[in-house]
Design a protein. Structure first.
Length: 346
């Protein structure tokens, strides 16, 4: 028995090592490839010299790598990992394979806050570039508060069906308000439209640092609820009978997802399908156990969005596609595959 357990643990460690290596390779490739291609060896050398504080070679590739592509790819990886782990947690919490973090309407609420900040030039005193982020996170919280309050009044037990239905209705309502704001946005319409399609162009190290800190805190919180999410798979009543505080776990996961999605939307705009399809793809490898699934979705989401961003930058180079367009095209196909697979299984 002990030998079997040890073997399983080694297998898990090997899997995570492979995920980590794959993510690192894709990370370096995405930094080196673009409108100006930099050889993989030179890219790795520039990154290593920057990490160790060594002098950089006199090359035009250095500012391209360190000032433009590195902060962008860092933000892409962090957004992908965050949206993916939110999707995995929401699918486990709501017991719905077609659910993700946007099911709550939090993403729509965050986008409304960011659109208001962009359209009317809302800023934070002393932090002129933080207005969009603060508004997105504030509206994400307000969206969660509204949905949870309505769900609580309609259904004291906060059932998943009630939350999903309210999330869909809320998303439709917010979309109409966003369209109304865009109508009065004037000269900022182009910026808002491009942002609504999802884009990480112009991302900075500051954005990466904020995403990293928020992602670390909320990610640890979500990973700590893996055992409870496994219990949700056998039903809320059964989970309650084995000692799980269902309402507390649900609220904790929802709040963590709201914070994480609000931060991501403020930096990247609206990027769909990442939280929906990535957990399904990872589940084929890692299995349904959330103790393995959630950590694996971090790597899977980062890889998926980095490759999507690479495609957005290179398919029509030098013109750049919004990353949300690429993920929607890929996600729509995968969504149909998941849907038909569910129908056949039923």
């Amino acid at each position: 028995m002990a030998g079997t357990t040890l073997k399983t643990e080694k297998f898990k460690a090997r899997d995570y090592a492979l995920f980590g290596i794959l993510t690192f390779v894709i990370f370096v490739v995405c930094i080196g490839v673009g409108s100006v291609n930099v050889p993989l060896g030179q890219t790795a050398a520039i990154l290593w010299n920057a990490l160790t504080g060594q002098a950089q070679a006199d090359s035009t590739a250095v500012p391209i790598i360190l000032s433009t592509r590195l902060p962008r790819v860092l933000c892409v990886a962090l957004v992908g990992a965050s949206l993916s782990v939110c999707g995995g947690a929401m699918q486990g919490l709501l017991k719905n394979p077609l659910a993700d973090g946007t099911t709550l309407g939090v993403s729509s609420g965050a986008s409304l806050g960011a659109v208001l900040a962009i359209a009317f030039g809302i800023t934070v005193p002393g932090l002129p570039f933080a207005g969009t982020m603060v508004m997105a996170m504030l509206f994400a919280f307000l969206s969660l508060l509204i949905i949870i309050t309505l769900a609580y009044r309609l259904d004291y037990t906060l059932s998943t069906n009630t939350i999903i239905l309210l999330g869909i209705i809320f998303t439709m309502f917010i979309s109409s308000i966003v369209s109304l704001v865009v109508t009065f946005a004037g000269e900022r319409v182009k910026t808002i439209t491009f942002w609504l399609m999802g884009s990480l162009a112009g991302s900075s190290y500051y954005d990466a640092a904020v995403l990293g800190v928020i992602g670390l805190v909320c990610g640890i919180l979500l990973l700590s609820k893996a055992r409870e999410l496994n219990a949700f798979a056998i039903g809320e009543d059964n989970a309650r009978h084995i000692g799980v505080d269902v309402k507390k776990v649900r609220l904790t996961v929802l709040v963590a997802v709201a914070i994480l999605i609000g931060a991501c939307v403020s930096v990247s705009g609206v990027i769909g399908f990442v939280g929906l399809v990535t957990p399904h793809m990872v589940r084929m490898v890692a299995g349904p156990n959330h103790k393995r699934l959630l950590p694996a979705t971090l790597f899977g989401g980062a890889c998926f969005l980095m490759l999507a961003d690479l495609a957005a930058r290179t398919i029509l180079s030098p013109r750049e596609l919004p990353i949300g367009v690429v993920t929607s095209l890929i996600g729509a196909v995968l969504f149909l595959m998941i849907f038909f697979r569910m129908r056949r299984g039923r």
